[in-house]
Design a binder for this molecule. Structure first.
Ligand SMILES: [Zn+2]
Length: 407
């Protein structure tokens, strides 16, 4: 068909368009840089000149002599120079404007700005409700990103009513994460201990990793912290089996405490990456324990949209070209399946091949005795005189023999 959405030339063309805009952008940045340097230099010179003149005037004032003709000439020259410099800088600044507007034009020229036609208007039918869903998604994203005050502000402005139960987990996660960023393990440890059982069920090593970091921090304190470190090591006891090797490493490092851990084979323990890692582990495990997604639904949707958009624009063009309107009439469904990559695989779904609807609890997939699978609603519709004829292999069978399938 020549319109394969995954066509490499298509991707190449997009890259070329990005490069085009980038080139214009580079020009602006370069101009800004040169302008900044030039500005600083000429203002510096001017200041120096004015400073000198001021000193001269002060000297004359001190001696009580009236302003000489030379000095007043120099002063008027100075004023003119100031005026000229400022005018020159202002006009140079204006020149940058034209470069900035060229970036905008490059974007317009290289990218399709008309993407409204991609979604059918029907999607926005229930405008008010849609708007509320969108606002809620943005608020959730802001909470998830730790931008609590922005989220609160949006709630107020949009008169969105978010109850405390919804906010609470985000507030708690953020409080703990903020402490972790400050290298304060206290709140995270407290949380991990109070959720120990459920964390273990998730196969999480969060609590162990937190204790380990605390231990390492004691080690970094040198020989005077040895006793404290040894006594803290009892916290590893519940993890002895699961993390035997790591515990051995930590115990081994004690030997080098006097020499200094940073000069020992155990210097990797002091690596700062452990702190980044603990933030990640905490976020992932806490989110999964609280039933939250690590990435907000909004960012997942946005990323998916970015992948799907070029494909949809291609399809739109094809539909218009062939004048086969009406193909894209389903409100909740795209005209074709778009591959979003493994990252977006969450759970298996089954769409009934007869009714073209995703199966659900109320309309589950049913496996017929011939092996073909259709939804229950489809099955009910196909029953004729108490018998069912498979729509695929026309095997005749008893509808009651179909078995529900669970994915
Ligand atoms: Zn069949």
């Amino acid at each position: 068909m020549g319109t394969d959405p995954a066509d490499p030339p298509q991707a190449e063309a997009t890259m070329e368009q990005c490069a085009c805009v980038e080139r214009e952008l580079d020009k602006v940045l370069q101009k800004f840089l040169t302008y900044g340097q030039h500005c600083e230099q000429s203002l510096g010179e001017l200041l120096h000149y004015v400073g000198q003149l001021r000193a001269e005037l002060a000297g004359a004032a001190l001696q009580g002599t009236p302003l000489s003709a030379t000095l007043s000439l120099v002063m008027s020259q100075c004023c003119r120079k100031i005026k000229d410099t400022v005018q020159k800088l202002a006009s140079d600044h204006k020149d940058i404007h034209s470069s900035v507007s060229r970036v905008g034009k490059a974007i317009d020229r290289n990218f399709d700005s008309e993407i409204c036609g991609i979604v059918s208007d029907a999607v926005w039918d229930a405008r008010e409700q849609q708007q509320q869903i969108l606002q809620m998604a943005i608020v959730e994203h802001l909470y998830q990103q730790g931008m609590l005050s922005v989220a609160e502000e949006l709630c107020q402005e949009s008169t969105l009513n978010v109850d405390l139960d919804f906010k609470q987990p985000f507030l708690e996660l953020n409080r703990i994460l903020e402490a972790l960023h400050e290298q304060d393990l206290g709140p995270a440890l407290e949380w991990a201990v109070s959720h120990r059982q459920r964390l273990l069920e998730l196969n999480s090593s969060l609590e162990f990793k937190l204790h380990r970091l605390h231990f390492i921090r004691l080690l970094a304190g040198g020989p005077e912290k040895q006793l404290e470190a040894l006594s803290y090591a009892r916290h590893f006891q519940p993890f002895a089996q699961l993390h035997q090797r790591e515990i051995q490493v930590m115990m081994g490092s004690l030997v080098y405490l006097r020499l200094g851990l940073e000069k020992s084979p155990y210097c990797h323990l002091l690596d700062n990456s452990h702190w980044a890692e603990i933030c990640e582990t905490f976020t992932r495990d806490a989110c999964s324990l609280l039933g939250l997604s690590v990435e907000s639904p909004l960012s997942v949707s946005f990323a998916s949209g970015c992948v799907a958009l070029p494909v949809l624009m291609n399809i739109k063009a094809v539909i218009e070209q062939r004048q086969c309107t009406g193909v894209w009439s389903h409100k909740d469904e795209l005209p074709i399946e778009i591959e979003l990559g493994m990252k977006c695989w969450y759970h298996s779904v089954f769409a009934c091949p007869i009714l073209r609807q995703q199966t659900s609890d109320s309309n589950p997939p049913i496996k017929l005795i011939c092996g073909h699978v259709i939804s229950r609603d489809a099955l009910n519709k196909l029953i004729n005189g108490g018998k069912l004829k498979c729509p695929y292999c026309p095997m005749e069978q008893n509808p009651a023999d179909g078995k529900r399938i669970i994915f």
